[in-house]
Design a protein around this ligand. Structure first.
Ligand code: NAD
Length: 246
């Protein structure tokens, strides 16, 4: 599939994995709508670096856990680029606590931002993506959604939910040519991993067959693969985790 001229929305694209996905898509000729929630500064820097490399991008503020804001984000993307081919549901947070200590608020917050956002964005974007001859929905799930994680009942439930959503929507859309896949990263060096205590990070690393954490650009290449070469792949989990299966 020729990526040049395609249009993508990347949620939570101001930093980390999302920012790298946005940059790699732009390097390949995709016009990218970079969604951010709070810090416009980081997102604007990503846009600037894309422009400096001759690419096309805009930054749009929206809390994707709110349906009305997700709809507005898609509207702005449509106004600017007049079509939509690719949706990358990347926005996510953790609020790690063992279940005994987990507040109701931290349960709902993690489900809202990681999982309900996927409903919101898909509901808003799908009618437009259906018009594309190579529509792609890519959900950034996690190895934690497959294996569970200590102190992560909320996050694991959300990420597992994304996988079920992915498989089901893929079945419903299979005949249309729109593919729906999840990427399940292992442990990737971003701000999210920086929140994990050093000692626990060392324990995790020792269990990874490749003995290192992944990099955001390695995950972004998974997105590129699905967009460019994934015509016959739908409903799948692309595991990018250094060989780790917990
Ligand atoms: P990150 O914290 O650097 O990035 C998360 C992004 O989501 C940020 O830009 C943040 O502003 C955005 N975001 C948060 N709430 C939002 C909201 N309500 N609306 C819009 N944007 C919002 O972390 P990251 O590691 O780059 O994470 C990206 C994705 O990858 C997440 O879904 C995360 O769960 C997933 N993931 C990360 C790892 C890892 O080890 N880093 C592993 C597996 C999966």
């Amino acid at each position: 599939v020729e990526l040049k001229g395609k249009v993508a929305i990347v949620t939570g694209g101001g930093k980390g994995i999302g920012a790298t996905i946005a940059k790699q898509l732009a390097e390949n000729g995709v016009k990218v709508v970079i969604n951010y929630n709070r810090s416009s500064e980081a997102a604007k820097k990503v846009v600037q670096s894309i422009h400096e490399c001759g690419g096309e991008a805009i930054a749009v503020q929206a809390d994707v856990s709110v349906l009305e804001e997700a709809k507005k984000l898609v509207e702005i993307a449509m106004e600017k680029y007049e079509k939509l081919d690719i949706l990358v549901n990347n926005a996510g947070i953790t609020r790690d606590r063992t279940f005994k200590k987990l507040s109701e608020e931290d349960w709902h917050k993690v489900i809202d931002i990681n999982l309900n956002s996927v409903y919101n964005m898909t509901a808003a974007a799908l009618p437009h993506i259906m018009q594309s001859e190579a529509g792609r929905i890519i959900n950034i799930s996690s190895i934690i959604g497959q294996a569970g994680g200590f102190g992560q009942t909320n996050y694991a439930a959300a990420k597992a939910g994304m996988i079920g959503f992915t498989k089901s929507l893929a079945l419903e859309l299979a005949k249309t040519g729109v593919t729906v896949n999840a990427i399940c990263p292992g442990f990737i060096e971003t701000d999210m991993l920086a929140e994990v205590p050093e000692q626990i990070k060392e324990q995790i690393k020792a269990k990874i067959p490749m003995r290192r954490f992944g990099h955001a650009d390695e995950i972004a290449r998974g997105v590129l693969f699905l967009c460019r070469d994934g015509e016959y792949m739908t409903g799948q989990q692309l595991n990018m985790n250094g060989g780790l299966y917990m």
